[in-house]
Ligand binder design. Structure first.
Ligand code: HEC
Length: 307
């Protein structure tokens, strides 16, 4: 009897733990009600700042240079996509009713997985908005618009805060691993959806006038170093893609994607394009990254040509 009691004791603990992890409280992908409220109110105040910044810009856009007009256009496009994503994520956290009895374990698991993906996408989006506004703040500073620079700096901070509010204890929040991965075993399509589809579209055919297509783009199918350099450090300025001119800014991904992941995404896009394009290996990416390791700002399209 005495010998058995530790077994019972641990058994009880075990059952309690599994019960807890089964219900919402133990689910680390889920925001509590108060976290949701905090998130939503930060979002609402950013919406207001966004409207104010746009209004201000429209009032005196005549005196603005073309490159800043493009930044505002891109900000609007990104804002639209980000807001859609935000609403989607929030509805995933808003579990209507407790439904614990009707919900079976499998359903809960599936919902949790969906939420983790959504959380990851949202962190990505808020991060993109953050760097977008920081970029705009820098540009306004250069043009001696301190007030507007401050406004964008603050919005950047707001998105930084949002990014931190999204639960991130799923495994995808780990730092990118650069060693010992074979791109062939990674799912390029999933990685594409997670990191690139927000701007380039789920079908990689581009969105509107700001985000160019990637399927059949010569920047993807060309010499290996070209797409790798673009994904690592981003690209900015006038660029011709499949006969159309674009002029925006793509953020760098080298801090977010491992070498193998970069290769897997590009290989997926090369495979989806017409013709035969040799696969890029992790070693290729490592080699190219070494050559351009001191690069710290987005590429200008003309720098990527003819090397
Ligand atoms: C925040 C939005 C955004 C995200 C996310 C993004 N891009 Fe881009 N990308 C752009 C923009 C804007 C341009 C055009 C830049 C310009 O006009 O100079 C671009 C251009 C490109 C180009 C060169 C032009 C073309 O269409 O071929 C490639 C290649 C590219 N992106 C690949 C990727 C890949 C791969 C990912 C995911 C790892 C990605 N991008 C994620 C915004 C984004």
């Amino acid at each position: 009897m005495l010998k058995k009691s530790p077994t019972i004791f641990f058994g009880v603990i075990f059952i309690t733990m599994s019960l807890l992890s089964g219900c919402q409280m133990g689910d680390s992908s889920q925001m509590s009600k108060s976290e949701q409220r905090r998130m939503q109110s930060t979002f609402n105040s950013l919406q207001e700042s966004h409207r104010a910044a746009l209004q201000q810009f429209k009032k005196d856009s005549a005196s603005m240079s073309d490159d800043i007009k493009i930044l505002y256009l891109q900000m609007q496009e990104m804002h639209k996509q980000m807001s859609m994503n935000h609403r989607h994520m929030m509805s995933g956290h808003d579990n209507k009713g407790m439904g614990m009895q009707q919900d079976n374990k499998q359903m809960r698991k599936r919902r949790q997985m969906r939420r983790q993906i959504q959380n990851r996408m949202s962190r990505e989006w808020y991060g993109q908005m953050q760097s977008m506004h920081n970029q705009m703040a820098r540009r306004h500073e250069q043009m001696s618009h301190p007030k507007r620079a401050r406004q964008h700096r603050k919005m950047g901070e707001g998105y930084g805060k949002m990014k931190k509010m999204v639960p991130s204890n799923d495994e995808s929040s780990k730092e990118p691993v650069n060693e010992n991965a074979d791109p062939a075993f990674l799912n390029g399509a999933n990685l594409y959806t997670q990191y690139c589809a927000s701007c380039h579209g789920t079908d990689a055919k581009g969105i509107g006038k700001v985000f160019p297509p990637l399927v059949n783009s010569k920047w993807i199918t060309g010499e290996k170093s070209v797409p790798v350099r673009i994904v690592r450090d981003g690209v900015s300025g006038e660029i011709q893609v499949s006969g159309k001119i674009y002029n925006g800014t793509m953020p760098p991904f080298k801090a977010r994607l491992s070498m193998a992941e970069i290769a897997a995404i590009i290989n997926y896009l090369r495979d989806s394009s017409d013709g035969d394009h040799p696969h890029i290996t992790q070693d290729d990416v490592i080699e190219i990254s070494k050559t351009y390791q001191n690069r710290n700002n987005p590429w200008q399209p003309e720098e990527l040509l003819g090397e």
